[in-house]
Design a protein around this ligand. Structure first.
Ligand SMILES: [Zn+2]
Length: 261
């Protein structure tokens, strides 16, 4: 249920939000021309599978947006067979695909090294979707304190590195599963000024789960992925055979027993 300051994170409310967005002009990051509209972006921190499900709902309402994908995420490998196909499906729905970049992976490397790594990461994604990545968003941007003095070539290649404007327009996000402003009020202001809206697909679920349940379900999906990866192994039926979740539960129980002794 929508409250004055917040939106709960159930799919049915997300669909209402998409319905509302569809009544306004929306743009992906890479094609924003400076006009008053809602520039919609999604940073994918945890799961491409969740992003695909979200994109299917967004696509039904013809909202334009950018999906920013990591190549250094600890929880998904963008080059895996499944994730590649998920990403291509999102791209084929008409969404822009950008790079969600985490410079902290490279610690205190100099700017030239950071440029080269961002290029390399963008190339991985460009290669998968068949179109050059031109938009980059920063992972944990609020924690980044250093300045980057990028060269001309890099600035031209990625005009929207890190964000799309300084103090122009309104920025609103669902970071930490909380909208600091009434989202519907903000959307209606896009007639008078640009609005940048950041939504994380991992935050939304049928029941409006909290972080602990969301992460637990991602882990369960991951167990299925491991099981699937192991299926062709000649020992699969004997050792795993669809019982990996049961095995994980047993290991958790055993660990609980060990820690209590
Ligand atoms: Zn992020």
């Amino acid at each position: 249920m929508q409250t004055k300051r917040n939106l709960d994170f159930k799919f049915k409310n997300l669909l209402t939000l998409f319905e509302k967005l569809s009544k306004y002009k929306t743009s992906c990051v890479g094609e924003w021309d400076g006009d008053n509209c809602i520039v919609v972006r999604h940073d994918i921190d945890i799961s491409i599978r969740k992003a695909l499900h979200f994109a299917r709902m967004e696509s039904c309402h013809k909202v334009n947006s950018t999906y920013f994908i990591m190549t250094t995420a600890p929880t998904y490998n963008i080059s895996s067979k499944e994730n590649r196909s998920y990403l291509i499906e999102i791209f084929d729905m008409g969404f822009e695909i950008g790079l969600h970049f985490d410079p902290s992976v490279y610690r205190n490397a100099d700017t030239k090294y950071i440029e080269d790594r961002a290029d390399s990461e963008a190339d991985i994604i460009s290669d998968i979707v068949g179109e050059r990545v031109k938009s980059i968003s920063l992972h944990n941007a609020s924690l980044i304190t250093r300045e980057f003095e990028f060269g001309k070539r890099f600035k031209e290649a990625y005009p929207y590195f890190g964000g799309i404007w300084g103090d122009k327009g309104i920025y609103v996000s669902d970071s930490r599963m909380k909208f600091p402003k009434n989202i519907y009020d903000v959307i209606s202001k896009s007639i008078d000024c640009p609005v940048q809206l950041l939504l994380h697909p991992e935050h939304y679920s049928i029941d409006g789960d909290s972080y602990d349940r969301i992460f637990s379900k991602v882990v369960l999906d991951y167990i299925d992925d491991i099981e699937h990866t192991f299926e062709d192994n000649s020992k699969y039926d004997e050792v795993v055979g669809g019982r990996l979740k049961d095995c994980v539960r047993k290991v958790l129980n055993d660990n609980r027993g060990n820690s209590s002794t």
